[in-house]
Design a protein around this ligand. Structure first.
Ligand code: ZN
Length: 155
């Protein structure tokens, strides 16, 4: 496994739309391994492939330690409710803002073995699913016009 470089705000790649994965090749499974490793090292709870410069519809999420979701071609199929919480992004280090997100979302995705799943998440998991899926369409949480502050522990 390898730790990949996370691209930052200002890099035009972050604004591009990612393409669906048509075939799960060894290159895709290696990318998943590397994305999980990179997310751990960066101490984040989610990472989209576009953030490591790969324009494929792939995200990894780990809101609770040890509970890792690897999602290929994720698609949000149900949303309900509303929540406003603080959010950040590994591509926007030092920034945080309050975003409005659904309280509950259901996402459909394929895992690395090619099996299809549906996952319903609330709270932080719902926010993470929305945040990472937004990345696949070139969107950042700051697009929502949220209040931003510089975090105190910024390097
Ligand atoms: Zn992000």
């Amino acid at each position: 496994m390898a730790v990949l470089n996370i691209i930052k705000e200002g890099d035009a790649t972050l604004r591009k739309t990612s393409r669906p994965v048509e075939e799960i090749t060894p290159r895709i499974t290696r990318l998943l391994d590397d994305m999980v490793e990179t997310m751990h090292v960066a101490d984040g709870c989610g990472l989209a492939a576009v953030q490591v410069g790969v324009l494929r519809r792939i995200v990894v999420i780990e809101c609770e330690i040890g509970e890792i979701y690897e999602m290929i071609n994720p698609e949000i199929i149900k949303k309900s409710g509303h929540q406003e919480e603080a959010e950040g992004c590994l591509s926007l280090p030092g920034k945080a803002g309050i975003t409005s997100r659904p309280a509950k979302v259901t996402v459909k995705y394929t895992d690395r073995k090619g099996d299809e799943y549906e996952l319903t998440g609330t709270g932080l998991l719902a926010r993470a699913i929305c945040h990472e899926c937004d990345h696949l369409d070139g969107k950042l949480f700051t697009d929502k016009g949220v209040f931003l502050r510089e975090m105190e522990d910024e390097d």
